[in-house]
Write a protein that binds this ligand. Structure first.
Ligand SMILES: Nc1ncnc2c1ncn2[C@@H]1O[C@H](COP(=O)(O)OP(=O)(O)OP(=O)(O)O)[C@@H](O)[C@H]1O
Ligand SMILES: [Mg+2]
Length: 465
């Protein structure tokens, strides 16, 4: 819109100015030149100002984002405890203020430079007008200009200056708009991380084996975090993935969900490259409990319902999912049960404990009833009894589904059909619990370390679920 408005404005003013300059030339042939000469610095300055304003905007955008972050830390419940216990409000206030001061100083500097330059240009304009009037006065004194002529002159001069001003303003605004357009075009040209071009629908039921074939992956701009990873999830199988912090387990989940594509190798589903499948239909076939699951400031019903929006109004289904995820008891205690608003962002909201939230997140995955289930540390916050109950029923809960279970709790991992051990981005061991214990490698070492910690306790690792 701006492009059209400013371009049309500039063209209109140029036509009007042309006609007016012809009128003024009748008084003295040099008059149009004087007026145009005074307009040049005005034009240069306007373009400079547009440029400076644009550069300031580009520079201050990340700074402004920083300020928003600092203020959100002081205003968001998720940070409140640590901000208060560490008395961090001073720190964040100071960070906010110093960023603000930098922004303010830069803006103020620009405005003062603009003011000084504008004053200079205005003085030049006044001088030009004075010269023009001087000419005409001389003409009157010499009896060459009549009263009517003077009227015409004054009108023409004022209109010319007005129109020249508009030419300058419109073309400067046009220039400014083009600067923004360039950024917009850059943004529109940005390539998505993954191509959403696959059209193959994912068949209902189990879509066959999921195979990682020589998959390597580096986050954009980062080092490689998965190296030549190869493994297979067979339909209906429960496979556990274990490994130390930063080994790349969650990264494998993100590749499975196609938030990213592998940088080398391929993920095959039913023998076809995952990229050939329709993305939405693939994601519908996949239920994921993320390690850092979301806590929606919505009703308990919707908090589970977001797992499969088509069932969000089916309270029977939601109840069943809540039972499976262990959230039913939690919700039964809430003041309005399933219609209770969760979270503290809005009035009347009720907050849950960490483990209670995790039960909601688990129930969300069960609502989806997807063929493939990925659980990334699904019980990390659950108490021993809740965790025990979940894993007791686990086989029944995931019956007929392909499951990838990530857990540091190796007692829970034991019941998987197969265990994959990931070490710094490489699969280093694969087998059943017994096989891996016999092999005496990384898994056996991790398992013994955890079991040892329990050995002092009344309950031994062997008896834990
Ligand atoms: N969004 C990201 N951008 C860049 N690097 C990342 C990103 N997420 C993770 N990484 C890096 O990738 C590596 C693997 O991370 P990942 O989250 O897969 O580990 P993990 O095995 O799930 O660990 P944990 O047991 O702590 O959950 C880490 O070294 C991390 O620094
Ligand atoms: Mg992880």
């Amino acid at each position: 819109m701006n492009l059209i408005v400013f371009l049309a404005g500039a063209v209109r003013s140029i036509l009007a100015t042309g006609a007016l300059l012809l009128t003024l030339a009748r008084f003295h042939p040099a008059l149009p030149l004087v007026i145009l000469a005074t307009a040049v610095p005005q034009a240069l300055l306007s373009f400079r100002m547009q440029n400076d304003a644009f550069e300031l905007l580009v520079w201050k955008t990340p700074e402004a984002r920083r300020m928003r972050y600092y203020s959100s830390v002081m205003l968001t419940d998720a940070y409140a405890k640590e901000v208060r216990i560490g008395d961090l409000s001073r720190l964040f206030l100071d960070l906010y203020k110093s960023t603000f001061d930098r922004l303010f100083a830069a803006t103020k500097g620009l405005r003062f430079r603009q003011l000084r330059a504008s004053a200079g240009v205005a003085a030049l304009g006044v001088a030009g007008t004075a010269v023009a009037f001087g000419w005409v006065l001389l003409g009157i004194v010499a009896g060459e200009v009549t009263a009517g002529g003077l009227m015409l002159f004054v009108q023409a001069l004022l209109l010319t200056q007005q129109n020249v001003g508009q030419i300058v303003e419109n073309s400067a605004m046009l220039y400014g708009t083009l600067l923004y357009m360039e950024k917009l075009m850059d943004f529109l040209d940005a390539r998505p991380l993954i191509a959403d071009t696959g059209r193959l629908p994912v068949p209902d039921g189990l879509p066959g084996e999921i195979q990682f074939q020589g998959v390597s992956f580096a986050y954009p701009g980062g080092r490689e975090v998965l190296h030549n990873v190869t493994f297979t999830l067979r339909p209906g199988e429960v496979v556990a993935l274990v490994g130390e912090n930063g080994a790349g387990k969650t990264t494998i989940v993100k590749l499975l969900a196609r938030f990213y594509d592998p940088t080398a190798g391929a993920i095959l589903v039913g023998g076809r490259d995952l990229r050939e499948y329709d993305l939405a239909s693939w994601r519908r076939s996949l239920a994921v409990v993320f390690q850092d699951f979301a806590r929606f400031q919505l009703s308990a019903r919707l908090n589970i319902g977001v797992g499969a929006l088509e069932h969000a109004d089916d309270l029977d289904r939601i109840r069943r999912a809540a039972e499976q995820g262990g959230a039913d008891e939690v919700i039964a205690r809430l003041p309005q049960q399933y219609e209770t608003l969760l979270g503290k962002h809005f009035e009347g909201g009720v907050d849950l404990s960490g483990g209670e939230w995790q039960k909601i997140a688990l129930s969300r995955a069960f609502l989806k009833d997807a063929a493939n289930v990925v659980l990334d540390e699904p019980t990390a916050a659950l108490d021993p009894r809740s965790e025990y109950e979940i894993y007791q029923r686990f086989a029944e809960l995931v019956k007929g589904k392909t499951v990838l279970l990530i857990s540091h709790r190796l007692s829970a991992v034991r019941m998987a059909d197969r265990i994959l051990v990931l070490d710094r981005g490489r699969i280093v061991e694969e087998g059943s619990h017994e096989e891996l214990m016999r092999a005496g490698g990384l898994y056996a070492q991790m398992y013994r370390m955890q079991a040892e910690r329990y050995a002092d306790q009344p309950v031994t690792a062997e008896r834990a679920p």
